[in-house]
Design a protein around this ligand. Sequence first.
Ligand code: BMA
Length: 894
Amino acid sequence: MNHVVWYFTCFYLLAVTFLDSALASEVKSSSLGVDVISLNGKWQLLNSNSSVSLSAEVPGCVHTALQRQGFISDPYYRFNDLAYRWISLDNWTYTTSFTVPTHVRGKGKAVLVFEGVDTVSTISLNGVTIGKTDNMFRRYDFEVTGLLKDKENILQVWIMSAVTYASQRSHAHTEYRVPPDCPPPVQKGECHGNFVRKAQSSFSWDWGPSFPTLGIWKEVRVEVFNTLRVLSYTTNPKYDSEHSSWNVEVELFLDVYVASKGLVHLSIPLLRSKSEFQLSLTPGQSKKSFVLQINESVSLWWPFGHGEQRLYYLTIDVKLEGGETFNADRLVAFRTVELVQEPIPSSPGLSFYFRINGKPIFLKGSNWIPAHAFQDEVTTDMITILLRSAQKANMNALRVWGGGVYEQDFFYSLCDMYGIMIWQDFMFACALYPTEKDFIQTVREEVTQQVRRLKSHPSVVIWSGNNENEAAIATDWFNISVAERPLYVKDFVNLYVENIRDIVLQEDSTRPFLVSSPTNGIESEKEGWVAKNPYDPHYGDTHYYNYYNDCWDWTAFPRTRFASEYGFQSWPSFSTLSKVSVSSDWNFSSNFSAHRQHHADGNQQMLKQAELHYILPNSTDPMQRYRDTIYITQVMQAQCVKSQTEFYRRSRSDIVKGEGHTMGTLYWQLNDIWQGPSWSSVEFGGKWKMLHYWATDFYAPILSVGVEDKGNLMIYAISDSHSEQHNVKAKVKLHSWSSFNVVCSLESNVTTIKAGGSTLVFQHPISDLLTQCGNCTRRSCIAVFHLGSPEGQVISPHNHIFLSSPRHVEGLQKPNITFTVKDTEVVQNFFVTLHCSFPAVYVWLDVDDIPGHFDVNGFLMLSKKATVIFGAWRNTTVEEITANLHITSLRDVY
Ligand code: BMA
């Protein structure tokens, strides 16, 4: 069994009810007299030479079917990704049978609807080929009128290996190459993923395994009707600036069999707004748009941290003259979004920031990747835990990265509720793409469908063409000669501008579109859509990675307008890894450690970066050393991402040497696809790494940041507020590493900090500070600080700055931390009280497999006693926590 460690948690879960999938052949009459026969459920599955035969759940995929029926064990276990490669190289047939009652069969039109086939398939009904699929991101509707029988109907979906298909397509593309051919060997992946419209990361990625899945990953049903059926509908609030009023555009996409007339009634009861419209339809596919004027004043939808996420029910009622009806409810929200790219005084280039409801908003968040290699394993619980974790860490934005999938509806609905803005990439990443007619055609359909599906969500604030493909051409990732370049630029413009952008502009006028990420935005457009340097910090967004530079050196970071990717790897916790490994794997030089690392030199990079500031773990007990090394990679990652994020937040209102005005930080990456080393802050299974705990602080709405600049200790106050002016004092203390005594305390004058900006509130030469404090040197003391109101209230999280690398500090001793656990009055919340004999740094609590998280973790402990709270996501006890709790601090690992 796949021991997936996502747990049901009532604390996290919303009341979401899902209809059980209907048994095959059960007819449900939906609105408009459409009879629906769900074909979800058990199908038969066969490989190409019939040596493997089993039953398989639809929606689902071959891998999960094989696993559930015991043909294979957990695909994530040890080296199974390699052992099970054969599955994706074979072709598979899904078969089901169903009956259709005569009265249903007698209706005018019958359509087979596949919400999602993964990916390349030929579909036949009762022996007749009814269609083919080549794109997992599309829904396919095949007309089957006249093909249905009363008795047994046999439906077959023959799925071709996507790996074989991609290879054939690439070899057929003889005029010029479309790189990359294959992923780097360290990724142990399959080749030519760019030739098939499928999650690009399923052919392997630098954080994930290669499982080029095959399956029917979304619902299947037959729809039979006499009049018409609704294909989809959209609800898009629009602000009419001329009249300073709102209206909601509702579009109905219909498949009309016979000409009909009727009425459409739209209403938002809470806003006392309703309207009725005539509907007149002729046979064929048709799109009808209606505009509901809102006459009342609305409460706006705001990103998390900036106000409420107000959602209103909109109801759509369609009544045809023949008496058939269609009713639907949708939550809508009112907000505007602008991407502001305009000149900035004393800075070349253009600004790049989001204005929501007229207010500039700093985007704080990270990047989202697929939550599982097998999408049918992604549960609403998993999505809820991840999105709730993002919000708990004060994130207001996530980028749905272009190498995965367009996420399921539930994901976006939850983002609407949580106030998490979505930067939505189209699913193209780190590659060049072919532009043959049929490829463009399938992409056009994909984009049209996805924009229609997602545009009703207020959380989606921007569309972006792809991940890093502008940069791939501009900075020549694939050794393309100068002479050949125009050809590739032409293909780029063809795909992302003339097709994708065109469709987006037609379908959705309410959001900005970017050609790529990173991009220079308007400047890229001026330069023919591929800028000379898409990483230019004066324009657009940037991705920046540098693993060998000392990440404490903030002067090395580009002072970008918007940091949409940056990050550092770490290893997930032992309890996560131990589920897919055995004891011989548990050291850093094992084959397993090398195998799980998909990023060239990744393991070395982590240790080298860690070594710059920490003494690497040197326990003689191999097991202890393994756990400690995991710990040190997480310390390094948390510290590096903190240092970079604080730099960006500090740069929000600064222009230094023409650079700055940073208005967004989306670190790479929020979540994991499996149990392996990666840039994520949340492990596969939902456990928070140290970085995620720290994000809660470095993404706080009001933050104090300490930096050393030319020998001075500078403390900045950063505020996301739009208007509130805070009067603050920076309260600074120097603590000695060797005792619990505060060596000295200082306070700045009261300063009024800028709303929506960064303000210097404290500046002091470090050498003076040390002299003034008497008993302190850079090595023997640490500076801790926070912002307080003049009345003494704490208004920012506590922060600190090392005055020398922890590897050089003097006086830090083994803290001998002991603990006691106590139940709180609150369900599943436990107090953990720590006692230490000496100050401790990076104090890390790990309860192994007990799901949940602490209120703080990875902290500095400068007093003898500290109490934290553990909130469990399932029933647990004081005893279980006590038995599983491991506590590590920096000084414990060497
Ligand atoms: C960026 C991303 C991903 C990748 C990450 C880490 O390039 O877009 O492709 O996983 O960096 O290397």
